[in-house]
Design a protein around this ligand. Structure first.
Ligand code: SAM
Ligand code: DTB
Ligand code: SF4
Length: 334
């Protein structure tokens, strides 16, 4: 038996209590998650399915439609992003959409079967006049009886509160990657800034939607590091988008060596196992993914997709094509 010097003079009961407290603060270590990622593929899928079935309908997938309410010209330097002003990607800048344009897009998305509508903007963070317009959009989309999500960049104190009062259900703000790989991808905002925004969102009682990107040239250890960061948020996010990098010509990450698709599937499984109740969203990158890999992602516990032929600026499978895929797999939409 190993003697822990911190607990060796305690009774067994006291020592267990100390151990429980310690494991509460760090629920998942990076090495535990790496061990999950290292598990034989079939065992990993089996474990992910067991967890998934305890908390979710195994044959249900939520359909979420994205809209870019303000496109391009962003001052940040995120190495994956076609909307950063400093990269020449051919994305045309567009000022903020009108309330009418957003409501028509949400209405059309709902008619096609989406239950969730996510509004994205290419900002470092919103100004007060932006918040005033976005809150109107949020209330109008909420009035259509859709789940609302927004991703507008970093939030200052008080902004999340205003979004919540307008009816925002989720705020999306990704950690993107593990802390040790982060500086290779983004330098104009720090990991800590992202954690602060997540804190603002939590503080306002809005559900946290937070995930990352896989396929940026990171190691398996860094994928474990990202999942550990997410799973150890207290509480862990209600919604976890796992994006596959969409390589866009002109961005620094264009030309990154392709990731083995099964590594992507394993990352989804690790998210499912470590964050059992969260919606795990198979997000960007499906257009470049085979149907078989997408089916494995659902098996690994993904239960949401972006639905509609565009993400923010890049392509996504046609809605009809996705409906046919869900039918083929016997999945129903939420
Ligand atoms: N500007 C805001 C921000 O960065 O917080 C909100 C919009 S931003 C486009 C939202 C997220 O989209 C990013 O955090 C990133 O995870 C994801 N994303 C952007 N470009 C991507 C790409 N080329 N491939 C995969 N995911 C991407
Ligand atoms: C998220 O995690 N993925 C979505 C959403 N949140 C806003 C964005 C994906 C963007 C992919 C690149 C583009 O279309 O511009
Ligand atoms: Fe700007 Fe967001 Fe793109 Fe980064 S990910 S460059 S913050 S739009």
């Amino acid at each position: 038996m190993r003697i822990n010097p911190l607990t060796s003079n305690l009774t067994n009961e006291q020592a267990n209590h100390v151990a429980d407290k310690a494991s509460e603060s760090i629920r998942w270590s990076v090495s535990q998650i790496q061990a999950l990622l290292d598990t034989p593929f079939n065992d990993l899928m089996y474990r992910a399915q067991q967890t998934h079935r305890q908390h979710h309908d195994p044959n249900a997938v939520q359909l979420s439609t994205l809209i870019s309410v303000k496109t391009g010209g962003c001052p940040e330097d995120c190495g994956y992003c076609p909307q950063a002003a400093r990269y020449h990607t051919g994305v045309e800048n567009q000022d903020m959409l009108s309330l009418d344009e957003v409501v028509s897009a949400a209405t059309a998305a709902k008619q096609k079967g989406a239950s969730r509508f996510c509004m994205g903007a290419a900002w470092r963070g919103p100004k007060q006049r932006d918040i005033d317009k976005v809150t109107e959009m949020v209330s109008a989309v909420k009035a259509l009886d859709m789940e609302t999500c927004a991703t507008l960049g970093m939030l200052k104190p008080g902004q999340a509160q205003q979004l919540g009062e307008a009816g925002l259900d989720y705020y999306n703000h990704n950690l993107d990657t593990a802390p040790e790989f982060y500086d290779e991808v983004i330098t104009t905002r720090h990991y800590e800034d992202r954690l602060n925004t997540l804190q603002e969102v939590r503080g306002a009682g809005i559900n946290v939607c937070c995930g990352g990107i896989v396929g940026m040239g990171e190691t398996r250890l860094s994928r474990a590091g990202l999942i550990a960061q997410l799973a150890n948020l207290d509480p862990y996010p209600e919604s976890v988008p796992i994006n596959h990098l969409v390589q866009v010509e002109g961005t620094p990450l264009y030309g990154t060596a392709a990731l083995d698709p099964l590594e992507f599937v394993r990352t989804i499984a690790a998210a499912r196992i470590t964050m059992p109740k969260a919606m795990v969203r198979l997000s960007a990158g499906r257009q470049e993914m085979s149907e078989a890999v997408q089916a494995l992602c659902f098996l690994a516990g993904a239960n949401s997709i972006f639905y509609g032929d565009k993400l923010l600026t890049t392509g996504n499978p046609e809605a009809e094509h996705d409906k046919a895929l869900l039918d083929k797999l016997g999945l129903h939409s939420l």
